[in-house]
Design a protein around this ligand. Structure first.
Ligand SMILES: Cc1ncc(C[n+]2csc(CCOP(=O)(O)OP(=O)(O)O)c2C)c(N)n1
Ligand SMILES: [Mg+2]
Length: 295
C-alpha cells in the first residue's frame, strides 16, 4: 500500500480538531476519575499537526509496514494520544469512555500490544528515544523510507538513557528520526514559592541551553512555538522533508504551556493530573467551544 503525507488542513480545521481533542482529554479523565491533563494539553497542537497534516498513516491499516512511526515517550500523556487517534479514526471516539478501565484497550499508559496506532509501549520515562532510534536504524538497514517521530517531555530529559540515545543517533546518521521535545517548563511538582532557592523543579531544563547542547551532539535543531501550527509545519518540513540529505537526526524544541487551552489548567503544575468538577467541565466545554461539550 502506498501511503502519502496528508494535505495540510486549514488553520481553522486544525484549531477545531485540537479543541475537540482537548475536550476529550479533560472530559475522559473526569469520567474515569484519574489521569493526566497538563502534559496531554501542552502536546495537543503538536499531535494534531502530526496526525492530521504530517504522518503517512492509514487508520484502517495501523500495522502497515511502510507507515511513519510515532512514539509517545512521555507515555503519561496517553489520553492525549488516544483522543488524537480516536478523532483520526483508529477507533470510535465513544471508546474513550473506557479509558483506564481494567478491560479497556486504552490503558493509563500506551500498550502497543492492544491499542491500534500505538507503536511502542511507554510510561517509564526515558526510553522512547532509544526505541525510536532503533526503529529508525532498522528502517535504514532495510532501505525503508518511513520517518520515525518521538515526543519527549522536558522533565523526561533528566533521564540518563535519553542522552545515550542522543549520542548514538548521529553516529548512525539517523536523519529519518525526529524528536519533538514538549518544553512546557513544568514536570510533576513545583516547590513552594518561598523555597525557590532549593532550585526550582519547574523549568527542568531552564538552566540548560538545549539548542546548543543538541546541536553540539550533532543534531539538526529547530526551536519553535509549539502552539503555532505554521511554525510546527515549517519545522516538520525542515525535519522530515530533508530526510536522506544531511545524516543528522532532527530535534524540534517546542515551547509550550502545560495545560494549554483551558484557563484553569494552563501554566500550572497542579494540573499535571487531576479530575475536573462538573462546574469546571462546563467551563472547559464553553472555552473549547465544543458542541455538546458543556452538556
Ligand atoms: C522513570 C519514571 N520516573 C518517574 C515517573 C513518574 N512521572 C510521570 S510524569 C512525570 C513528570 C514528567 O514531566 P515532563 O517530562 O516534563 O512531562 P509533561 O510536563 O509533559 O507532563 C513523572 C516524574 C515515570 N513515569 N517514569
Ligand atoms: Mg514538562
Amino acid at each position: 500500500m502506498t501511503l502519502h503525507t496528508p494535505a495540510r488542513p486549514t488553520h481553522e480545521e486544525l484549531t477545531a480538531t485540537a479543541q475537540r481533542i482537548r475536550w476529550h482529554v479533560i472530559n475522559t479523565v473526569a469520567a474515569s476519575k484519574a489521569g493526566h491533563i497538563g502534559g496531554p494539553l501542552s502536546a495537543t497542537d503538536l499531535l494534531t499537526a502530526l496526525y492530521f497534516g504530517q504522518l503517512r498513516i492509514d487508520p484502517q491499516h495501523p500495522q502497515d509496514p511502510e507507515r511513519d512511526r510515532f512514539i509517545l515517550s512521555k507515555g503519561h500523556s496517553a489520553i492525549g494520544l488516544y483522543a488524537t487517534l480516536a478523532v483520526r479514526g483508529y477507533f470510535p471516539e465513544d471508546e474513550l469512555a473506557t479509558f483506564d478501565h481494567g478491560d479497556s484497550r486504552l490503558q493509563g499508559h500506551p500498550d502497543m500490544l492492544i491499542t491500534p496506532g500505538v507503536d511502542i509501549s511507554t510510561g517509564s520515562l526515558g526510553q522512547g528515544l532509544s526505541a525510536a532510534a532503533g526503529i529508525a536504524l532498522g528502517a535504514k538497514r532495510l532501505g525503508k523510507d518511513f520517518h520515525t517521530w518521538v515526543m519527549l517531555g522536558d522533565g523526561e530529559l533528566e533521564e540518563g538513557q535519553v542522552w545515550e540515545a542522543v549520542i548514538s543517533a548521529p553516529r548512525y546518521q539517523l536523519d529519518n528520526l525526529t524528536a519533538i521535545i514538549d518544553l512546557n517548563g513544568l514536570q510533576q511538582y513545583g516547590w513552594p514559592a518561598t523555597d525557590r532557592d532549593r532550585f526550582d523543579r519547574s523549568e527542568p531544563m531552564g538552566h540548560v541551553d538545549l539548542e546548543a547542547v543538541l546541536h553540539g551532539f550533532g543534531w539538526n535543531v529547530h526551536v519553535i512555538d509549539g502552539h503555532d501550527f505554521e511554525a510546527i509545519f515549517t519545522a516538520f518540513d525542515a525535519a522530515a522533508g530533508t530526510q536522506g540529505q544531511h545524516g543528522k537526526p532532527n530535534a524540534i524544541i517546542a515551547r509550550t504551556a502545560k495545560g494549554k487551552g483551558i484557563s484553569f489548567t494552563e501554566g500550572t503544575y497542579a494540573w499535571h493530573n487531576g479530575v475536573a468538577t462538573a462546574e469546571q467541565l462546563r467551563q472547559a466545554g464553553h472555552e473549547l467551544n465544543v458542541e455538546g461539550g458543556a452538556a
